[in-house]
Design a binder for this molecule. Sequence first.
Ligand code: NAG
Ligand code: NAG
Ligand code: NAG
Ligand code: NAG
Ligand code: NAG
Length: 442
Amino acid sequence: MGGASLAFPSLLIATTCLAMAHRLPLSEYEQTIFLGMLPAIGSLPNNPPPRDPRRNYTERDPLVIVPGMGCSQLHAQLHKSDHSPLFICPKETGSSWIDLWVSLIYFLPDRERCWAENFVTIFNATARTYSSISGLIIEPVDYGGIEGLSSLCPAIKKLSAYFGPFFTFLQKAGYQPGFDLLGAPFDFRLAGPETVLSNGQYERLKSLVEKTYRNTGRRVHLLGHSLGAPYISHFLAMFVDQAWKDKHIASMISLGGPFGGASMALPYSVSEMNWRAIGMSRHLFAKALHSFACLPWMVPHPAIFGDAVLVETLARNYTAAAAGQLLRDTGHNKQAMMLEQARQFFFPERPPQATAHIFYGYNVSTPQTYRYEDMTSFDSPPTITRMEDGDGVVSLASLLACTRWNQTAAHPVVMHPLDGMLHADMIWKPALWDAILDIIAR
Ligand SMILES: *[C@@H]1O[C@H](CO)[C@@H](O)[C@H](O)[C@H]1NC(C)=O
Ligand SMILES: *[C@@H]1O[C@H](CO)[C@@H](O)[C@H](O)[C@H]1NC(C)=O
Ligand SMILES: *[C@@H]1O[C@H](CO)[C@@H](O)[C@H](O)[C@H]1NC(C)=O
Ligand SMILES: *[C@@H]1O[C@H](CO)[C@@H](O)[C@H](O)[C@H]1NC(C)=O
Ligand SMILES: *[C@@H]1O[C@H](CO)[C@@H](O)[C@H](O)[C@H]1NC(C)=O
């Protein structure tokens, strides 16, 4: 995979999974052959070796984990006998669930159209709501358990490991999945800063925290990776009151949280990028991605990015404040409305008012400005014309937006800078696991 296809870390991991899926037919025989090829493919995740905690922890606070964009397993029930125009695609599953994200079967030639049809969201510009297409129920896998974020592809768990190695480590420290170690996967397609407040996602997270608090008698740490971190700070700032937080929340822990957005959300919003490299039709993939509520959430916010030029074209330069104009100028009027709506509910400087531990990488070149040469078509990937300090995916300005939270002394913002740490690597680093355990257990 080339640099241009490194989206959000989660997408990176997810697309790695797709890459494998594309090369990897379903029989066990072929999987074995593929495993033999692994060392030749540099960009696959390296599962860290199993590891014990460095000391015994007898007092353990519960931990609820929210994954990044694209990193929740999703499954679906289809009841659309009359709808699908594509005869090859399954239409009716009865009461059984089929894997939708990430499933190998959908990345076989022809089947990718079934995936794209099922995965796009419908934005109703009048009601300002997002929904799945009709006849489709999509749910995150194993809410409250750990299965839905241990890996990305159920069919190739080890190869597509996500939080799995960290979970193994925590279990060695005594953590019990479903009791004091819980996953909160979510339908990232429908996760915009307005929609999460009313579509049931935050209500569900609130209930999960309350249940965990009741079961364990201890306050809960909420840990988020990438988009999962602003997902949590927004939940704390906008959805629950101070009394609830003081009673239920021990801290929020961010791993690479893009609190002010990420520059690459703009080129991903206006162009198709080079998804062909990962084996899927870039047109189909972009069409789905452009419909997601989480993408405008990740578009750089003017309060954090200020006057920085993020996209250059022959005709004009666009700052974060002009992102909506860029979307309109490139014919993405619906996305411009989605962005406008997101910004009415997204306040990167609003404090969550809970203790916040912020782990972030720095000292890594991170794309900041993209240039489009060909004004007749935004279909080709742009060139990167300016790099900034950051973690390779998110620039420092966004990672440090939390320093503006200006919280009270009772709820400090504790910064944990990590020299050279890459955005997608954070979940793999045993040194970081120890640091997290030191926060949540004694
Ligand atoms: C943790 O406790 C167990 C049982 O008491 C003991 O066998 C083990 O050596 C301890 N591990 C460490 C790292 O102290
Ligand atoms: C969009 O929402 C409005 C208001 O709730 C509703 O009247 C309309 O039917 C919806 N449009 C579509 C295409 O579903
Ligand atoms: C955009 O900015 C670049 C440098 O940041 C500058 O060289 C160029 O002239 C600007 N283009 C326009 C159209 O303003
Ligand atoms: C950044 O990385 C360089 C090279 O790896 C290193 O020499 C330097 O000390 C680092 N800077 C900071 C501020 O950590
Ligand atoms: C927030 O920051 C301002 C300016 O630095 C300071 O005057 C104010 O006391 C701070 N408020 C809190 C609650 O920390």
